[in-house]
Ligand binder design. Structure first.
Ligand code: PGA
Length: 240
């Protein structure tokens, strides 16, 4: 079941997301985390709350959704670096409790399988998601089977175009592959929190919520999950 929360803009979406997330920031919880522009406001609120109220992440574990293939973790646009810069280095979560899939090494599929095994051993309490303008969740592009586990994937051209803003606006600098949690992996999370803001997400939001459940819109599978909260701003909700 998808519960839809409509808000005015990005700031309100981030406030609302923090309200939902806050319930899960407690000892023993497992957070599923995401990268991209969407969660930045939420992460800023988590950092502020940690600094001002002492909310602790010492007994929390986290699993990220995805990582580019071939970028060193020291590359500023690696998702490992993104997570450390925007969240992990500013709260008290122990490094060993955080997990970001590795996009380096010569057995990426083997590593992906191990990543799923780790998640199975520590089921995710709440998975944070953005949505791609093509309806992707994590890097599960249109056509990805709904039962997929963590795997290596090619990025859709639209995703490379969307993400080139982080790579000097040069599409040739954007990695062409990623390791991503599969849709089957994401669907195992007990709760899902998806945030969508901005007009370029409007069609994907409409397809996710009211379109057929079809691999052409990966996010449409969320209609089958028991516990999904979708926070949308006015622009992203404009086609609903
Ligand atoms: P964005 O990406 O948050 O940078 O818009 C979302 C996504 O591609 O899942």
């Amino acid at each position: 079941m998808i519960r839809i929360i409509k808000v005015k803009d990005y700031e309100e979406a981030s406030d609302k997301a923090f309200e939902v997330m806050k319930e899960f920031i407690a000892p023993g919880k497992v957070l599923g985390l995401a990268t991209g522009s969407t969660p930045l406001g939420l992460y800023a609120r988590m950092v502020k709350d940690h600094k001002e109220n002492g909310t602790s992440y010492k007994d929390i574990r986290s699993f990220n959704l995805d990582e580019y293939v071939g970028l060193e973790i020291t590359h500023p646009e690696s998702y490992y670096a993104f997570m450390h810069r925007n969240l992990f280095d500013q709260i008290d979560i122990p490094e060993e409790n955080t997990h970001v899939p590795s996009g380096l090494g010569d057995d990426l599929e083997g590593q992906a399988k191990k990543y799923d095994e780790m998640i199975d051993a520590s089921p995710v309490d709440i998975q944070l998601l953005g949505i791609g303008s093509d309806g992707h969740i994590a890097f599960n592009e249109p056509g990805t089977p709904f039962d997929s586990g963590t795997h290596v994937t090619d990025l859709a051209e639209s995703t490379i175009r969307d993400n080139c803003r982080f790579f000097d606006n040069d599409m040739s600098k954007v990695p062409t592959q990623a390791v991503t949690q599969g849709i089957g992996t994401i669907m195992k999370a007990k709760n899902i929190l998806l945030i969508a803001t901005g007009a370029n997400k409007a069609q994907a939001v409409k397809d996710m919520i009211s379109g057929p459940i079809d691999v052409s819109c990966p996010a449409s599978i969320l209609q089958k999950h028991d516990n999904v909260t979708v926070i949308v701003d006015e622009a992203a909700a404009s086609l609903l």
